[in-house]
Each structure stands twice: as C-alpha cells, then as structure tokens.
Design a protein around this ligand. Sequence first.
Ligand code: NA7
Length: 555
Amino acid sequence: MSALQSASAKGQPAAAGPYDVVVVGAGFAGMYMLHRLRQQGLSARVYEQGGDVGGTWYWNRYPGARCDVESMQYSYSFDEELQQQWEWSERYAPQPEILKYANHVADRFNLRSDIQLNTRVDRAEFDESTNSWSVTTSDGKTVTARYVVLATGCLSNAKMPDIKGLSDFKGRVYHTGHWPHEEIDFTGQRVGVIGTGSSGIQSVPVIAEQASHLTVFQRTANFSIPARNAALTAEERDSFRANYPEIRRIAREEMRNGIVQEVPDRGALDDGENERRERFEARWSKGGLTFMGVYNNLAFDQAANDTAADFVRDKIAEIVKDPQTAKLLQPNDHPIGSKRICIDTDYFATFNRPNVTLVDIKSDPITEILPHAVRTSAKEIEVDALVLATGFDAMTGSVAKIDIRGRNGQTLNQKWAEGPRTYLGLMSAGFPNLFIITGPGSPSVLSNMIVSIEQHVEWIADCIAHMRDRDLVAIEASRDAEDRWVAHVNEVAHTTLYPQANSWYMGANIPGKPQIFMPYIGGVGLYRQICNDVAAKGYEGFAMTAAEPMQRAAS
Ligand code: NA7
C-alpha cells in the first residue's frame, strides 16, 4: 500500500491529505467520481467552489430553468435503488428538483464529508519526482494527490458581455448562470434580457409574466422546439422503472446522444413533401430534443436540414402574430441543430404579449448601457433590471481558470493556446495523472451528460484500479495517440453541418478563442466502444510508469 493510499484504508476521512485523488467540482461528475473512488478504497477530496453540491444546477437558478433531457433519462443509473425510488415530477425536471436530487445523492451516499465547499482549486502542479500533484486551493492550503480529476463542468464559466457602461447600470444585473439564491420578483419592473440561447428562451416567458415590460435583445435567432412539458404519470414512471436496465443499455450503446428515442430509418428527402410534413408535425407535437431525430441525415445533409429548418420557420410564422417580429425570430444563419437546439414553453407566443418587445441587435446593435437604459444605435430603451443570458466560456473555460502545470512546468493553457488537445477527451499529453470528465474531444455536451459522466467516471475508476493493481504510478497520453485523436475528432466534425454555426461548440462565442469543434461527434455508443477497446488493449496510446523499487518496497 502506498502512502497515498493509506488514509482511506484506515477508514478515516483523510482531512489533510495526501490523497489518492483530488476531484475538482461537486456536480454530477464529481459526486459520482467520489463515490466510485471510495468504493475502491481510495481516499479522495473534492473541492467545490459553490456553496453546495449540484454544479450547473446549483448556479443556473434563473426563472424557467429546466433540463432539456427528460428527467427519467437525465438521472444516474449506477444505483438501482436510487433510480427505482426517486420520484421525478415532470417530463423535464425544473432546476430546483434537479438540485434536490443532487443533494439527495450527496446525503444518500454520505458524500459530504469528503467535499469541501466554497473552495476553488487555484493551482495544480505535477511533481515529476514523486509522480503526484500538488493542489493549491483558495483557502491557501496545498495538498498532494496521486491523481487529479477535473469534474469542472462544460458550461460553468459564465460569460459576461463586454458592453460599454454595464458597470454603471443603476438597476440590478443578473447573469442566468450566476442567479441569486433569493427569489427575484420582477413585478412592476421594466426588464431587459440580452441573449436568446437556451437560457434566454427558457427565462423570457416566465419573466414576461411578471415584468411590466420586457425587452428581449436578440443578436441571433435560435431554433426552438416546444418542450410539451407535463406532469409524469405513475404509469410513465413505472414503465421506465420496469425497463430501466434495457433503457439504460440502449442509451449507452445504441444512441448517438445517449437519449433513448425512436431511430429514424430514412433521410428527409426519402419522403415526399406531405409525408415529410406529417413526420415533422408528429415530432413537433411530441416536443423535445428528439425533433432532430426524425430523419437520419439532418445533421449531415444541407438540403435535408433545410426541410426541418423551413418547417420550424413556418411554425414561428404561424405562432407569432406580428409578421416583422416573426421574421426576426426565424433563424436563418445556421443549419438547424448545428447550435444546440432549444426546448421551450411558449417562447415564440410570448412575443404576442403586449408587454414584450423584440429588439434586433444585429441590425441595431447595443452601443452602451446607461444608468437607466440600454442604448442601441437607433434608440434608448429604459429598463429597471437587466438579465444577461449571454452564455458560457464552454468546455475549456473552467479548466482554463486553474493554473495547471504539467511536465517541465508547461501550463495547460499554454498547451491549449491553439485549442484543446486531448486523447479521448480524457487526458492531455504532458499532464500525467490528470483526468478530465466530459472534456473536449469526448461526446459530452452533444449527449445526455449523465450518460457521458457515468462512462467517464467508470473508465477513470477502472484505470486507477488497473494501475494500483500493477504498482503503476503514472499514466500519460502519448503525443501520437493524442494527435491521431484530435485529427479524428476534427475529421468527424467536418462530415457534419455543425462547424458551419458560430456556436459555443466551436468556441465562437468568446472573442479570441480558437475556433475548433470541441466535442466528439461520433456518438456515445461508438465512443464508449473505443474507450473500452483502448483499456482492453492495456491502455493503448497511454504510457504507464512503474513505481521505483524503493516505493514498491514501502507498499
Ligand atoms: P448560449 O447558448 O451561448 O446563448 C447565449 C446568447 O447570448 C446567444 O443568443 C448570444 O448571441 C447572446 N450573446 C452573447 N454575448 C452577447 C453580447 N455581447 N451581446 C448580445 N448578445 C450576446 O448560452 P445559454 O446560457 O443560453 O445556453 C447554453 C447551454 O446551456 C445551452 O446550449 C444548453 O445546452 C444549456 P449569439 O448567438 O452569440 O449571436
């Protein structure tokens, strides 16, 4: 047994380290990672910058926040009793319920004793002489650990827009990704929402019900499909529960995005116009993300994609009464689905309300925020409060905030200056014993995140067990394997229409960020197979280092 393993084996919570593993983040990834490591008798310390567990669902408390994956599928599968017992109330769980679930998991599996809240990891430095990491946290302490696992989330670094005068605004300013914990009531207020991605689209209808007037500042119109959210019936819940093993297996192995749905047997142009319209109508009525699964070529073929995009544009024109507003709300600069499609409740209909105005800031850009108003090049709009639904520095943003130093003192930010480089999304060459959960180069944000999280946690836990069983002390992605993987991720992305959009998948929403398609689009089933094959071949593409004889003797 190594010194790094001794604390947990004595059955004591290791308060001061050293630890086998430091986990950064206590969202769904960090919590399950901790649970698995403990099951393997390893000591782990989780640092979480938030005041409680839950990650994304701790921060994103904005009105109307909901998951866009159905709750019976957006849930852990690793514990049979948990999935049988938890009662999801609605088809799409609202944020407070998902946060309650995260807290329930923390309590149920007794995770809290190893999670240190309100603590950021500021720095992690690899010591080549001991093959371990030195991790410095915002409370000024430094601990060592054999491994570091970044469970920092893909959408956790909220992006404030760089708009002149924003700091002089006299009313309150809210970012959807940093929403206050207290109830915010906009009753009687003139509110401005900037941003019409998923967060804007979810919050606008709810804010419109409270505000005396709501102005939505739209730079890019987005495709959105009705959620058709509803209470789950006991029969629906029971049907999932009875079939969970098979449902979970299909999600993991057979679905590209980890969400069980009907699999299309044809492309959009294989049907005539009437039949195609009927199929789109059926999916529109059903609602939800699976709209894009109606045909098998919407992500690949522009002409096929156009049929779906036209259908949604027509729907917008049908719903929105004012033709000029409808036109502005019709997306026309990217293929449908090439930005994550949004799921809404009454978003487009909200623009029929007398107290809601749409301002197109593409043709009439915001020039300045004044103490009581938003000024565009053509007008001044008085507002009492501002909601910034302006998104995140996605996938790499939270990792980039940590000063991570690998071999020869190279920082991860230096290495990723031209865009993230990983092998399988799990590790980056030059940074031994540093794992990333749902990192760039893995399916992550293109999938049901919990499916991808569980797969990564289990792969990492198995890898660490493999190393421990063989007295191996370091694992590192080889440059060759990484180069090949990065090329593959790119190649697959460019067989699709995704790179055509200025999306956060591409880093396009952050000025100066390298524009590279970050997630792996090959699908979760294929990706899992690749990861499993790599492990079965003795972690092919990874170099492993054995313990020095001295270290081994001490074990
Ligand atoms: P998104 O999807 O990145 O949306 C951000 C929105 O904010 C989008 O409409 C942007 O317009 C707009 N934006 C960003 N910066 C500005 C500035 N400076 N001025 C005006 N408008 C701006 O973030 P969300 O939080 O909505 O959703 C993120 C994911 O969370 C979502 O995909 C789901 O997976 C869950 P743009 O399109 O860049 O022109």
